[in-house]
Design a protein around this ligand. Structure first.
Ligand code: SAH
Ligand code: SF4
Length: 346
């Protein structure tokens, strides 16, 4: 059976190459070809002998991702690709250009088991976990496209399909591989991991000693409302999440982001804003207000501009930094899970 190249760490690749009687440094050469030169097939590895290239072709799979839909927004700033994995399951990856940033939004699962009502991925249900290689290859794929235009990936947000802390080991392996100085060499601070809030895993992340940015998808400031839109809140109530987040903030010394999809007449009330300000008191935090992206499985609408601004004003008066985000790529279904569910006819 072939092994998938992007799923291997450098020591694992070194072990395989040494078992073939190759010197140890060959693995580093291949690694450099993959992550720095972004070569996409064994033939491209002109730094290696022809014999060794043939051996690579026999032993390794170079790709798991098959692009099946590719859309660029009308302003050209957002591009989204729907990929199929070898077993046909869908995932999505988005590239956003914003000033000097080239940010990729990557998936960690096909579908999601958390079932948040307003989320297109949640509405699909859970298909399967991605391997670390399938997470890494999304970055490689877009890094190649950017390289063709003389650009490079500057930031990674783990906010695509799936709940990254529900596929913890693979997500962490992927981040470490992309962060590796001999790999992509992307600094830890360039990563943002977004989670629905799984306290045991947030605490584990705090112990990893990596300064990645954490974003918490809060969306409601009391358990009664949060349970209604985020079912996993019954297992992990807000107080537990906040305890774990404070631990992460202390360990990483990073400002934590709280995400809030503004749903008209549901979570955009002055009462919710005041409760949110109470929750975040004394914490190095930032709130991202994102007008709800409508999905087929959830009838509610985005908050009106007036209600969004009122919500923001209450937070700002209480000293909580807070931004209303523009919806990017709305014309290409760039919201989480939306392209895949459209293709499924959901
Ligand atoms: N599972 C993780 C990461 C993927 S979702 C998480 O929940 O954080 C990425 C972000 O998109 C989350 O903040 C999620 O709540 C938000 N989101 C999902 N569906 C949305 C929608 N229809 N409109 C606006 N934001 C949405
Ligand atoms: Fe899963 Fe995040 Fe969507 Fe909730 S919002 S269903 S956790 S992907």
């Amino acid at each position: 059976m072939k092994s998938y190249l992007f799923a291997l760490d450098l020591p694992e690749l070194t072990e395989i190459l040494t078992s073939w009687g190759e010197p140890g440094y060959r693995a580093a050469q291949i690694w450099q070809g993959l992550y720095q030169n972004l070569w996409d097939s064994p033939e491209a590895f002109t730094t290696l002998s022809k014999g060794l290239r043939g051996r690579l072709a026999e032993a390794f799979e170079f790709s798991h991702l098959q692009p099946v839909a590719d859309r660029t927004s009308s302003d050209g700033e957002t591009r989204k690709i729907l990929f199929h994995l070898p077993d046909g399951q869908p995932i999505e990856t988005v590239r956003m250009r914003y000033q000097k940033r080239r940010t990729l939004c990557i998936s960690t699962q096909s579908g999601c088991a958390m079932g948040c009502l307003f989320c297109a991925t949640g509405q699909m249900g859970f298909r399967r976990d991605l391997s670390s290689g399938e997470i890494v290859e999304q970055v490689i794929y877009f890094a190649r496209r950017l390289k063709d235009q003389g650009e490079r990936v500057t930031n990674i947000v783990i906010m695509g399909m799936g709940e990254p802390l529900h596929n913890y080991a693979a997500a962490m392996q992927a981040i470490r591989r992309l962060n590796h100085p001999e790999g992509m060499n992307l600094g830890a601070r360039r990563f943002t991991l977004s989670t629905v809030g799984l306290p045991p895993r947030i605490r584990q992340l705090a112990r990893e000693d990596m300064q990645i940015n954490l974003a918490i998808s809060l969306h409601a400031a009391d358990d009664e409302l949060r349970e209604k839109i985020i079912p996993i809140n019954r297992k992990y109530p807000i107080a537990e999440i906040m305890g774990a987040v404070r631990e992460y903030a202390r360990a990483s010394k990073r400002r934590v982001t709280f995400e809030w999809a503004l749903i008209n007449q549901i979570n955009d009330t002055p009462e919710q804003a005041a409760k949110l300000a109470d929750l975040l008191g004394g914490m190095l935090a930032h709130v991202n207000l994102i007008p709800l992206n409508p999905t087929r499985g959830y009838a509610r609408k985005a908050s009106t501009r007036e209600r969004a601004e009122r919500f923001q004003e209450i937070l700002q008066k209480r000293g909580v930094p807070c931004t209303i985000r523009l919806r990017r790529g709305i014309d290409i279904q760039a919201g989480c899970g939306q392209l895949a569910s459209e293709q499924n006819g959901m």
